[in-house]
Design a protein. Structure first.
Length: 382
């Protein structure tokens, strides 16, 4: 019997050992699985180590931390992508010049607006006085200070750079607006004369024309017209025609012709240093003069041609002094004195045109004498 018990015990021990080994291996597999889950979900490693040391231990899972980690992942996935870009650390020379120029423009515009508003206010006060008199107190303008909008500006961290960009110096000059105080009528005329565009004009004139050192001739008047242009530099170029008539006195003598008609065709250059509505000027002219002697005394004189009229030709040089006054934007009036001196002349019967017609052989031809004209004119500008 004892011999049988001993083998049975050994078999039982072997079976128990095998069962314990299998159970321990299963526990190791379970613990390894729990450890993998912990590493995946962020579980506490200390609990895993404790469970691996003793078979059959209790594994504690930190479910709260795993849930928080899952929420963080979900929030990270739902957030939009944000790109953060830093501003340049060093401002370029072009940017500095652009900012300086913009600042100067703003200052200039503010100055202009201030001057315009001041001028309008000065013009409005007389108008209010004319309309309401002293019934109202003068209204003082209320200037509202502009409110600057404040914003949150995140300044980037600027690191010092070794690059030497250089200093930009921009001199901004305030453009002053000159306000001419006075009537709007005068200011408008002055602006019209200051216009840089060339202006053209056409006009008429009338006055007197007389000869020097001739006692037996009397001028009956002069009438003509002009065409010209006004240049911005102060010069005026003009072409003109003037007709004048003279009566030859026949008292106590026998005159050959009693009337002379004179036709002047002049090209004139004038200059005025003033560019306002009142413009004095000086000038010079070069012209062709045509004279016609008519109304011959009846009768026949031996040795003298019996022509009913005689014509002469001459070239004269003139010096003039005058002034113009602008009445409106397109009309001005003026006065002019012109001294004329003969350069050359031609006549077939010069003894018939001498100044002393009583004794032709001793007189001077009228074409060689100096004369003057005093005219009043009006011009239309266009």
């Amino acid at each position: 019997m004892r011999n049988y018990i001993t083998p049975i015990m050994w078999i039982a021990l072997a079976a128990a050992f095998a069962i314990n080994s299998a159970h321990a291996q299963n526990l190791d597999n379970v613990n390894v699985g729990y450890q993998d889950d912990y590493e995946t979900n962020g579980m506490n490693r200390s609990g895993s180590r404790a469970s691996n040391t003793a078979p059959g231990g209790v594994v504690i899972l930190n479910s709260q931390q795993a849930g928080a980690t899952a929420d963080q992942r979900q929030s990270q996935v739902s957030q939009p992508t944000t790109y953060v870009e830093a501003s340049p650390l060093v401002e370029s020379r072009a940017d500095a010049m652009r900012k300086a120029r913009q600042g100067a423009e703003v200052q200039t515009e503010q100055k202009i607006v201030e001057k315009l508003e001041e001028s309008r206010l000065e013009d409005e006060r007389p108008r209010a006085d004319r309309l309401f008199g002293d019934r109202f107190e003068p209204v003082h303008p209320v200037v509202n200070a502009p409110t600057a909008t404040s914003g949150v500006v995140v300044a980037p961290v600027v690191t010092k750079s070794e690059t030497n960009v250089g200093q930009v110096n921009v001199d901004s000059k305030d453009n002053e607006v000159e306000i001419i105080k006075g009537s709007s009528h005068e200011k408008h005329h002055d602006d019209h004369w200051h216009s840089s565009d060339n202006k053209y004009y056409v006009g008429g004139n009338f006055g007197v024309a007389e000869y020097f050192d001739i006692s037996n001739m009397q001028g009956n008047g002069a009438l003509g017209f002009t065409l010209g242009t006004i240049i911005d530099n102060g010069f005026m170029f003009e072409g003109s025609f003037l007709y004048s008539n003279y009566y030859i006195d026949e008292f106590w003598k026998i005159d050959y012709f009693k009337e002379m008609n004179q036709y002047n065709y002049n090209f004139t250059t004038k200059y005025s240093p003033f560019k306002y509505s009142f413009r004095p000027y000086v000038g010079a002219s070069l012209g062709y003069t045509y004279r016609s002697y008519t109304n011959r005394t009846p009768g026949y004189y031996q040795g003298i041609p019996d022509d009913d009229s005689i014509n002469t030709n001459a070239v004269d040089l003139g010096l003039l002094l005058g002034l113009d006054l602008a009445v409106t934007d397109n009309f001005m009036i003026g006065a002019e004195y012109r001294y004329n001196r003969n350069l050359i002349n031609r006549s077939e019967y010069d003894f018939l045109t001498r100044s002393d017609l009583r004794m032709p052989q001793y007189g001077t031809p009228i074409e060689e004498l100096s004369y003057y004209t005093l005219l009043v004119n009006g011009k239309f500008l266009f």
